[in-house]
Design a protein around this ligand. Structure first.
Ligand code: PEP
Ligand code: MG
Length: 585
């Protein structure tokens, strides 16, 4: 029996699975204050000085990059902030002083740096001039940047095998980085089930729970925990009985996965013979072989922004070409839909310049249209990879006709540039857009005339239709997939696609949800592009339903006026019809 009492914390289930192990409490926001820095024994002054120099030069690199981006967006006055920050990083007098102190006092670089900055901040704060006093914020920003770079390697290396990462929040980049360190599970205070961290966790098959509110302060390194990614729970210091129960569930899940595998070679077709194009979303290269050998399906969405997140910058044309070509080759003869960068404003600007509403800001196609070099390089790379005829292009975050037309002009320019150099590409490459902003649905007839296909991004469509941040734990109860407004928008988009004879898919999370998929098929969606973890579950659903029934369900739902009514009705239909068929299988 455990002596400590078992405690259960509830949040939202973001990625299925059970993780049992020791927590690693990660504190990204304040690396300098709370981190238990692993200094055992002597401090090597040489190593500290060299780490310090690397951290400063890395910070300079980052800041210069941001400065170049900011030049396009900020006025002279705001740009001065960066100037001030850069000159601080170029201050040789300061660096020499810090390095000398490391040598003399044999203290870790981060400690000396922090102390020196404190002295500087105090002297600034003692000024009579308010403008000068405010500069403390700029120093704070740059201090955190240098400290983050200085501590990065040490923090990451602390995530040892069998650890479950507990944090206030994780960025998609953190999640990718930690996945290389045997991260067993994730529990974070913030986030929604459709936040990008959750999407990445699912792609990596790492059990995750989000919106846990205070988990980052409720769990310490000495606890033992279980992450229940099905129910959205963290069990702290579980009893022997609870551990046994979860171990049994893990065994049961393995059995269930085996049963699902029997569906791999069977067609995705309803009981009454309607084929549904079932494809998958691809996030990471290590999923490619699995997709080819186990699913043999198209890739309905490849999010290229992960390439950006991995290196913290726009990858050049050549490295993108290699990546896209590798995908096209592996997936061939099936097709791969490559979506152009959908980077959010929050991932580009430094803390001091963050947009207040990054989801309503400089994001997706807006950035690409402003940054012609980046956009053209990506389009050329995708086109070059399309030579075998199995690549499709997709533009995200389309709100207006004008944006599609501008983006198409870029595509034409990229094609022209390749033709001039006699570089081969698919002249008939298919072009589609994401339908994820409500305005695009209201002008869908006009948009349909410009493109070959639509793909509905329900993750964003829900947040923009209901004005509910997909990342916010405070309003996660209002992020309703079955809200009648959302269902009707989807139906309108399908009708527009049908009127204009173009196919329409769903590549947002709704397609990976059994209940929602039943409705999407009934609404007439042609293709479901689902997360790899849900592929066989959705195939099983398709094979258990009648299209004629799904259509009737959708018709009924379209005249309902509340989310609760729709949700209860769909769950009821699912349990009555599909549930029974499942049991009698
Ligand atoms: C969506 O919005 O549903 C979508 C597929 O795109 P992302 O999740 O990358 O924003
Ligand atoms: Mg989206």
């Amino acid at each position: 029996m455990n002596e400590v009492k078992e405690e259960i914390f509830k949040g939202l289930p973001a990625s299925k699975g059970i993780a049992i192990g020791n927590p690693f409490v990660y504190r990204a926001e304040l690396p300098s204050y709370n981190v238990d820095i692993p200094f055992s024994g002597e401090v090597s002054a040489e190593k500290e000085i060299s780490d310090y120099e690397i951290a400063v030069s890395q910070s300079l690199k980052e800041l210069n990059k941001i400065f170049n981006l900011a030049k396009e967006k900020l006025d002279e006055k705001n740009l001065q902030i960066f100037d001030a920050q850069l000159s601080f990083l170029y201050d040789d007098y300061l660096h020499t002083k810090i390095k000398n102190k490391i040598k003399l006092e044999r203290k870790p670089a981060f400690q000396v740096f922090k102390d020196e900055i404190k002295v500087l901040e105090n002297s600034i704060l003692s000024s009579n001039d308010e403008y000068i006093r405010e500069r403390v914020n700029d120093i704070e920003d740059i201090k955190n940047r240098v400290l983050r770079n200085l501590l990065k390697g040490r923090l990451v290396s602390k995530i040892t095998e069998n650890s479950i990462v507990i944090a206030r929040n994780l960025t998609p980049a953190d999640t990718i980085l930690f996945s290389n360190r045997n991260m067993l599970g994730i529990a974070i205070d913030f986030g929604g089930i459709n936040s990008h961290v959750a999407i990445i966790a699912r792609a990596l098959k790492i059990p995750a729970v989000v919106a846990m509110h205070n988990i980052s302060v409720s769990v310490t390194a000495s606890d033992f925990i279980i992450i229940d990614g099905y129910k959205g729970l963290v069990v702290k210091n579980p009893s022997e009985e609870t551990i046994q129960r979860y171990m049994q569930q893990i065994e049961h899940n393995i059995e269930f996965e085996k049963q699902l595998e029997t569906l791999e070679k069977l067609p995705a077709e309803t009981k009454d013979g309607k084929p549904v194009l079932l494809s998958t979303n691809l996030e990471f290269n290590n999923e490619v072989d699995y997709i080819v050998t186990h699913f043999g399906c198209d890739v309905g969405l490849y999010r290229t922004e992960h390439l950006f997140l991995e290196i913290g910058d726009f990858p050049d044309e050549e490295s993108q070409y290699k990546q896209y070509k590798m995908l096209a080759d592996h997936i061939y003869p099936k097709k791969v839909t490559i979506r152009t960068f959908d980077i959010g404003g929050d991932k580009l600007l430094p803390d001091s310049q963050k947009e207040l509403n990054p989801f309503l800001g400089w994001r997706g196609i807006r950035i690409c249209l402003d940054k012609s070099d980046v956009f053209l390089a990506q389009l050329r790379a995708i086109l070059r990879a399309s030579a075998m005829g199995n690549v499709k292009i997709m533009f995200p975050m389309i709100a207006s006709l004008d944006e599609v037309q501008q983006a198409k002009k870029f595509l034409e320019t990229a094609k022209e540039q390749l033709r001039e150099k006699n570089i081969k590409f698919d002249e008939k490459i298919q072009l589609g857009i994401m339908i994820e902003i409500p305005s695009s649905i209201l002008i869908a007839d006009a948009l349909a005339k410009e493109v070959d296909y639509f793909s509905i991004g329900t993750n964003d469509l829900i947040q923009y239709t209901l004005a509910v941040d997909r990342d916010s734990n405070l309003v996660s109860n209002l992020y309703q997939k079955f809200h009648p407004g959302v269902v009707r928008f989807i139906s309108l988009a399908v009708e527009a696609a049908v009127r204009n004879s173009i196919p329409i898919s769903v590549c947002g999370q709704l397609a990976s949800d059994q209940y929602a998929s039943l409705l999407l098929i009934g609404l007439g969606v042609n293709e479901l592009s689902v997360e790899t973890a849900s592929f066989l579950i959705i195939k099983r659903l398709i094979r258990l339903i009648n299209y004629s029934e799904a259509k009737k369900i959708a018709e009924k739902v379209l005249i309902m006026n509340t989310e609760c009514e729709i949700r209860e009705y769909i769950v009821d239909c699912f349990n009555k019809n599909i549930g029974e068929r499942l049991i009698s299988q």
